[in-house]
Write a protein that binds this ligand. Structure first.
Ligand code: PLP
Length: 454
């Protein structure tokens, strides 16, 4: 990087998470300077399709003036307030009402936090609080899944089921257990149908619950579709069978809708797409299109009742964040949700998503493509070196990284989770723009094929 250039200063002063520091020093950052719809532009003026909507989150695109205006209006009127001790403010009241009304199952209250990780930590504390309040203090264990992603704070990273989030931090904490990833293509036995695979995973879950003692298990956390774990779409019957086990032992269900929520799957919530009936919904990202950080929990009456019940003698729910439900973020989120509804972005995700899925599936016979999976406007292509044996080229993630690099050269910012290349564009994307994105992917795949073959 040129001395004193933004790239050089980034290398000098800025520590990036999830980044190989040495490689970063060599290659320097891609500095993004502006946004325009589904496109972003770097410092040199190169334009890219943002095929990941930032971090799975910018539903309305990168230049929505109505969100800017909502922020400016609220910032000028009341730039900050909080909701501790019965204080409140209009943007939060509007947003709480809207979220409870939007919920696909009866929900009682909304609680506000700043990030997906904080929201999951909060959900865990609410669940522990409830166990104490209802006189079942032994019910503290939480089950989540290998390859699930729930964030990076101590509790949320424990729920997350990816080795990178555990090993160097001595995580998970006590009371967090993990069960199997519902990835039929990878983990199904020969000739095992999706339904049979789902039944086997539900049996595994039941065995784990029985081994630990059902009276010690409080809750199960899961994303409707696993996002950061590689866009793992649950196989047929999976959620129905898992929920049957959870109800049998009176175990709470938390749907982490941080990626799926607000239209991603072609329905308003992933819970609708898969028939999930959660006690808590965790919401973030597309709630505000990430223009400002905000997250929320929706809790049902079963969760709220012990919090409301003074006679439980364990005191008030002692928890809250200074910035939780920030008025400017809340005003932006409310405007964003209105936009999603007014412009029927959920319908767009369904229609244009069907086109994206069809185009990606047309590549299934490519020698480097192992599996194409996805629903609505979220998908992944699992790249393989040896198609018959479903094994990687060279080392795991090498091919994913290679194709991802070609994508950038071809004007698309995508993301590879190992060898799974993900597509999760803004919900405003059009069919011609999907074609532009997938054409670039085809060119990238061919470029990689040239290299792999040589
Ligand atoms: N839950 C899910 C499903 C996520 O995908 C993420 C982030 O990608 C989180 C939680 C954590 O959210 P945050 O990064 O805002 O803490």
């Amino acid at each position: 990087a040129r001395p004193n250039s933004p790239e050089a200063r980034d290398i000098s002063y800025h520590l990036h998470g999830y980044t190989d520091a040495r490689k970063h020093e060599e290659a320097g950052p891609l500095v993004i300077e502006k946004g325009d719809g589904i496109y972003v532009e770097d410092l040199a003026g190169n334009r890219y399709i943002e095929a990941m909507a930032g971090l799975w989150s910018v539903a309305v695109g990168f230049s929505e003036k109505r969100l800017v205006d909502a922020a400016v209006r609220q910032m000028s009127k009341l730039p900050y307030y909080h909701d501790f001790g019965s204080k409140s403010h209009s943007p939060l009241i509007d947003l709480a009402e809207k979220l409870v009304q939007m919920a696909p199952v009866p929900m009682s209250k909304a609680y506000f936090t700043n990030s997906g990780s904080e929201a999951n930590d909060t959900a865990m504390k609410m669940i522990w609080y409830r166990s104490n309040a209802i006189g079942q203090p032994a019910r503290k264990k939480i089950i989540s899944r290998n390859r699930g992603y729930h964030g990076v704070t101590i509790a949320a990273a424990s729920l997350t089921g990816l080795p990178n989030n555990h090993t160097s931090f001595d995580l998970p904490i006590a009371n967090v257990l993990h069960t199997a990833t519902p990835h039929h293509w990878r983990d199904g036995l020969p000739n095992e149908s999706e339904e049979q695979f789902s039944s086997r995973l539900a049996d595994d879950l039941e065995k784990l619950i029985l081994a630990e003692g059902p009276e010690t298990i409080a809750a199960f956390f899961g994303e409707p579709i696993m996002g950061a774990g590689g866009v793992i779409v649950p196989p047929a019957g999976y959620w129905e069978k898992i929920q049957a086990v959870l109800s049998k032992y009176d175990i709470l269900l938390v749907a982490d809708e941080v990626i799926c929520g607000f239209g991603r799957t072609g329905e308003m919530f992933g819970s609708q797409t898969f028939g999930i009936r959660p006690d808590i919904m965790v919401l973030s990202k597309q709630i505000s299109s990430s223009y400002l950080p905000i997250s929320a929990l929706l809790i049902n009456e079963k969760m709220f009742e012990p919090i409301a019940d003074e006679s439980n003698r364990i005191g008030t729910f002692g928890h809250g964040f200074t910035g939780g439900g920030h008025p400017v973020a809340a005003a932006v989120a409310f405007e964003n949700l209105k936009l999603i509804e007014e412009r029927d972005l959920v319908g767009n995700a369904c229609r244009v998503g069907a086109h994206m899925q069809k185009r990606l599936r047309s590549l299934a016979s490519h020698p480097l493509v192992g599996e194409v999976r996805g629903v609505g406007l979220i998908a992944a292509v699992e790249l393989v070196g040896d198609k018959a044996n479903k094994t990687p080229w060279e080392t795991a993630g090498a091919l994913g990284g290679l194709v991802n690099g070609f994508m950038q050269q071809n004007g698309v910012i995508s993301r590879n989770m190992g060898d799974a290349l993900a597509f999760c564009p803004p919900l405003i994307i059009t069919e011609p723009q999907v074609d532009e994105m997938i054409d670039a992917f085809e060119r990238s795949l061919e470029a990689a094929a040239g290299q792999v073959g040589s």
